[in-house]
Design a protein around this ligand. Sequence first.
Ligand SMILES: Nc1ncnc2c1ncn2[C@@H]1O[C@H](COP(=O)(O)OP(=O)(O)OP(=O)(O)O)[C@@H](O)[C@H]1O
Ligand SMILES: [Mg+2]
Length: 363
Amino acid sequence: MAGIHFQTVRKIFGKTTVIKDISLEIKDGEFMVLLGPSGCGKTTMLRCLAGLEHVDGGKVFIGDRDVTDLAPRDRKIAMVFQSYAVFPHLTVFDNIAFGLQMQNRPKDEIKRRVDQGAELLQLTDYLKRYPAQLSGGQRQRVAVARAIVMEAAVLLMDEPLSNLDALLRMQMRAELKRLHSEIKATTIYVTHDQIEALSLGDRIAVMQSGDIVQCDVPMNIYDYPASTFIGGFIGTPPMNFLKGTVRSENGSSIVAVGESKISPSAKLSSALATKSGQSILLGIRPENLALVAAQQPNTIRAHVLVVEPLGSHKLLTMKIGDELAKVSVAPDQPVGPNDDVWLHFDADKIRWMDVANGQAILA
Ligand SMILES: Nc1ncnc2c1ncn2[C@@H]1O[C@H](COP(=O)(O)OP(=O)(O)OP(=O)(O)O)[C@@H](O)[C@H]1O
Ligand SMILES: [Mg+2]
């Protein structure tokens, strides 16, 4: 079996520690996404696992094997690189066969495996062509096919869709998902595209500056981001963050936002008891805010600045006190710019964050 275990892995380039003692366990057959902004260490994590970088601390396991000191070829890993190199002078067949030929596999086995891989990635009709005669998406599929015909137990993909336009990306995303359900290789997929991460991952490990700051199933990352960084990185538009002040009222805590007040869930109310008088951030997703006809509990007065009809919904830019917030409403909601409205907060969906360090205050 080929689960993967990073055990306090550290990587240093020059004087910079780019992987900061990361521990991460990936189950056999799991599709794990590494998500994070440029330069946070995603590719380096893959390269440490593949043996293309030696680690400066910690260990790497594949299944039960400690592979920390093994050469790349002994690790039984297939990798699709960030700049998906296909060889222009080789046909699609020879491109896909490349790794197998390097291993001096018998000719008939190579043909059988390339044919299989080509079929999985819908390249059967293109095997005799050269990369220059393919679309970008087809070339990308060649790179993926070349990796999967290795039948490695571990498949690493580094932003394999980054060179495609939006429509092709969406198609390939679904294809990769189908592919994984067929080949079931333990997969680590690197991306800085949060939609890809939500769509593909069994779990997502969110990275920031060489650390994993949250690792969970996609909807938990979306609904319960561990910090303002994560709430702001995931979701289009990102989570809103409004400033409030904790107050004590009739023995329980409420949060004053401008003239209005929001009641946290009972559980959190007690957690906030010690914070009376302090500032707090209220994190809420655009779809968890609603326009209502009249004031009611957990509503705030807001002013509509911009209305963007986006087909499936309308996106509103609102002014709440001095702050801006994005609100997503149904496409037929009657609302126009300069309207003053009541905005209702779904209290169960609010993520309260510490102003000083941006970390979630857990309920
Ligand atoms: N060979 C190297 N020598 C020195 N520094 C490096 C080397 N490779 C990577 N780095 C640095 O390590 C950090 C992490 O790089 P890495 O390529 O892992 O980032 P990434 O998350 O994959 O980013 P991107 O999304 O842009 O591909 C960066 O600050 C980068 O400049
Ligand atoms: Mg990278």
